[in-house]
Design a protein around this ligand. Structure first.
Ligand code: ADP
Ligand code: MG
Length: 568
C-alpha cells in the first residue's frame, strides 16, 4: 500500500492544538461529549444517506456508539458505525479547522496571554475534535466512508504534523483512539478507562443522544463451587430520551445545557430555553435555545448550527433554514414534526404549508421571549442585545409583518446616556409638542456625537437616537413607525423645533433674519454652485456656523456608501 504521508496542520490549527496540549481548561471531560456528539452526527448522516440512496453499500442494521476502555494499555476508543470519512474528508475536516471564523480565531489566539484567557477562548470557540488533545498524548482515528472500500488512518500527537495511511480492512464508520495522559486530579484529568467514570460522564453529558452508547463491562463473580467466573456484558449507558418530548419541569438545567451544546456545537450556556408543543391537525414539538454567546461565524455564509429538523424522533436535517428566519439565525435547537415524510427534501420544505406555519409560530415565540427577558431579566437582555442585536435588527428590514414586535424588543443608543434604550422609554421622554422620533445615522456613536446637527437638539434637551450599525440605514428611512410615531432624521430636510418646548421651558429666538443675511446666502449659493442645492438660514445650530444637510428624500451619506460598496 501507499507509504505514510506526513502533513502539516494550518497555522491556526497548530496554535489551537498547542493550546489544547498545554491546556489548563478545567473541564477536560468535555472531550468525551465532543467525540460522542460527532459519532451521533455520523450515525444520523448515514441513516439519512441510506434513505436517500437505496444503492448505498452500507450496513444500517445496528447503528450505535461503542466506548472501549483499556486500562492496561491506557487507551480509550470511541467507535461508531456511521457515515465515516474519505481520505479527502479527513484532510478537509480533521486536518484543517472545520469551522469558519478562522480569522476571528487567529485574532483571539493572538490575544491569549494567560491560562484564564486560554480557558475563555476554548469555552468560547467550542473546540470539537481537537479537545481530545487535552487528555491524550496521541490520537489515532481510523475511518471508512460508507460505500467506499478503503479506509484511512489519521494520527497525531498534537504537535505540528499528522500522518495519513491507507487501511485496507477498516470497518465502516470511525474509531477514535486516545493514548491517555496520566490521570492527574489536580490538572482535572481523570482515569478515563474507569467504567464508572465513563458511565457517569455519559449520563451527565450525553444521556439524550438518540443512538445507543454501549460499553462492555467485565464482572467477576464467585460461583457456588468457590471458583470465580468472569462475564462480559454489553451495557447501554444512555437513556436515549428525546428532551423535546418532555415537559420543562421534567428536565434539569444541566440536561438542557448539554443538549444545547450537542445541537449547537458550542460550549456556552443558553440564555434561554424555549419549549413548545402543538397538538391537533398538525403536531410538532420544538426545543429552542437562545445562546449567551454569539458564535464566531454569525456573520459568515458557511455557518453551522441553526434549527435541526426531526420527524418522529428521527433526525432529518441540520440547519433547516425554512424553520426560522435569517435574522433569528442565532437560535439553536430542534423541531420534531410528526406528520412529515422521512424522505422530505429541502425543495418540499420550501413549499410546505405546515413548515411555514411552524416558522410563523416559532418566530412569534422567539420575539415574545426576547420581550419577556427584557421585562424580567435586564442583565440577560443586555447580554442578548450585545451579542445578537445587530442580527436581530435585520428583521426590521426582512420581516415587516413582525416589525412592531421587533422594534419593541430592540434597543438603540441615544443621547440619553451610554446604555441602549427602549423605544417605549423614548416615547415617555418626548418633549411637549414633539411628535416624531429623532435619529441620526453615522459610522460610530462618536462620529455622530461630534456632528453639528445635534447642537439644537442638545440645547433643547430633545433625545436623539444614535444609529451606527450598517443595518440601521436600511430600516429607519423606510417609513417605519413605532406606536404611531414616525422616525425623522435630524440630518435631512428642514428640522422645525419651534413647536417643541425646550428642557428649560424656554422659547427660542426665532426672529426671521433672512433679509439680514440675504446677501451672504446668495453668495454661498453661487460660490458652492452644484455642490449644494440651496444655502439657507437654520435654527438647528447653536455653536457651529454652518453644516451640510441632506434633502428629506435623499440618501444619507452612509446609505450612499453602502450602495457604492455593494457596487450599485
Ligand atoms: P463540528 O462537530 O463542530 O463540525 P468537530 O471538530 O467536532 O467540529 O468535527 C469536525 C468534523 O469532522 C465534523 O463536522 C465531521 O464532519 C467530521 N467528523 C468528526 N468526527 C466524525 C465521526 N466520528 N464520523 C464522521 N465524521 C466525523
Ligand atoms: Mg463536533
Amino acid at each position: 500500500s501507499a507509504p505514510s504521508e506526513v502533513r502539516e496542520f494550518q497555522a491556526e490549527t497548530r496554535q489551537l492544538l498547542d493550546l489544547m496540549v498545554h491546556s489548563v481548561y478545567s473541564n477536560k471531560d468535555s472531550f468525551l461529549r465532543e467525540l460522542i456528539s460527532n459519532a451521533s452526527d455520523a450515525l444520523d448522516k448515514l441513516r439519512i444517506e441510506s434513505l436517500q440512496d437505496k444503492d448505498l453499500d452500507a450496513d444500517t442494521t445496528d447503528l450505535h456508539i461503542d466506548l472501549v476502555p483499556d486500562a492496561a494499555g491506557r487507551t480509550l476508543s470511541v467507535v461508531d458505525n456511521g457515515i465515516g470519512m474519505s481520505r479527502d474528508d479527513v484532510i478537509g475536516l480533521i486536518g484543517t479547522l472545520a469551522r469558519s471564523g478562522t480569522a476571528e480565531l487567529r485574532k483571539s489566539l493572538a490575544e491569549v496571554k494567560d491560562a484564564a484567557a486560554a480557558d475563555d477562548l476554548i469555552g468560547q470557540f467550542g473546540i470539537g475534535f481537537y479537545s481530545t488533545f487535552m487528555v491524550a498524548d496521541q490520537v489515532t482515528l481510523i475511518t471508512r466512508r460508507a460505500g467506499e472500500s478503503t479506509g484511512t488512518r489519521w494520527e497525531s500527537n498534537g504537535d505540528g504534523t499528522y500522518t495519513l495511511d491507507e487501511v485496507a480492512d477498516a470497518p465502516q464508520g470511525t474509531s477514535v483512539t486516545l493514548a491517555l495522559k496520566p490521570a492527574d486530579a489536580d490538572d482535572h484529568l481523570y482515569d478515563y478507562t474507569d467504567p464508572g467514570k465513563l458511565r457517569q460522564l455519559v449520563k451527565r453529558y450525553s444521556d439524550f443522544i438518540a443512538w445507543p452508547i454501549r460499553m462492555d463491562v467485565t464482572s467477576t463473580v464467585e460461583t457456588e463451587a468457590g471458583e470465580s467466573e468472569t462475564t462480559v456484558e454489553s451495557e447501554t449507558l444512555n437513556s436515549q430520551k428525546a428532551l423535546w418530548a418532555k415537559s420543562k419541569d421534567e428536565v434539569s438545567a444541566d440536561e438542557y445545557n448539554e443538549f444545547y451544546r450537542h445541537v449547537s456545537h458550542a460550549w456556552d450556556e443558553p440564555l434561554e430555553v424555549i419549549s413548545l408543543k402543538a397538538e391537533g391537525t398538525f403536531e410538532y414539538q420544538a426545543l429552542l435555545f437562545i445562546p449567551s454567546q454569539a458564535p464566531f461565524d454569525l456573520f459568515m455564509r458557511e455557518r453551522t448550527g441553526g434549527v435541526h429538523l426531526y420527524v418522529k424522533r428521527v433526525f432529518i436535517m441540520d440547519d433547516c433554514e425554512e424553520l426560522i428566519p435569517e435574522y433569528l439565525r442565532f437560535v439553536k435547537g430542534v423541531v420534531d414534526a410528526a406528520d412529515l415524510s422521512l424522505n422530505v427534501s429541502r425543495e418540499i420544505l420550501q413549499q410546505d404549508r405546515q413548515i411555514r406555519a411552524i416558522r410563523r409560530r416559532l418566530t412569534k415565540k422567539v420575539l415574545s421571549t426576547v420581550a419577556d427577558i427584557r421585562a424580567s431579566r435586564p442583565e440577560d437582555y443586555a447580554t442578548f442585545w450585545q451579542q445578537f442585536g445587530r442580527v436581530f435588527k435585520e428583521g426590521l428590514v426582512n420581516d415587516p409583518d413582525n416589525r412592531d414586535a421587533i422594534l419593541a424588543a430592540s434597543s438603540f443608543e441615544s443621547t440619553d446616556g451610554a446604555e441602549p434604550i427602549a423605544l417605549g422609554d423614548y416615547l415617555g421622554r418626548m418633549r411637549t409638542g414633539q411628535d416624531t422620533i429623532y435619529y441620526m445615522t453615522g459610522e460610530s456613536r462618536q462620529q455622530i456625537e461630534n456632528s453639528p446637527h445635534l447642537e439644537a437638539f442638545r440645547s433643547k434637551g430633545i433625545e436623539v437616537l444614535l444609529l451606527s450599525d450598517p443595518v440601521d440605514e436600511m430600516w429607519v428611512g423606510s417609513g417605519v413607525t413605532f406606536e404611531g410615531k414616525t422616525f425623522t432624521s435630524i440630518a435631512k430636510g428642514a428640522v422645525d423645533l419651534d413647536e417643541i418646548e425646550g428642557a428649560d421651558g424656554s422659547e427660542s429666538d426665532r426672529t426671521d433674519r433672512s433679509e439680514e443675511f440675504a446677501g451672504l446666502l446668495t453668495w454661498l449659493g453661487e460660490t458652492l454652485g452644484d455642490e449644494v442645492s440651496e444655502a439657507r438660514l437654520s435654527h438647528r445650530l447653536t455653536e457651529s456656523p454652518a453644516c451640510l444637510v441632506g434633502d428629506t428624500f435623499s440618501m444619507s451619506p452612509q446609505l450612499e456608501k453602502l450602495y457604492r460598496a455593494s457596487g450599485q
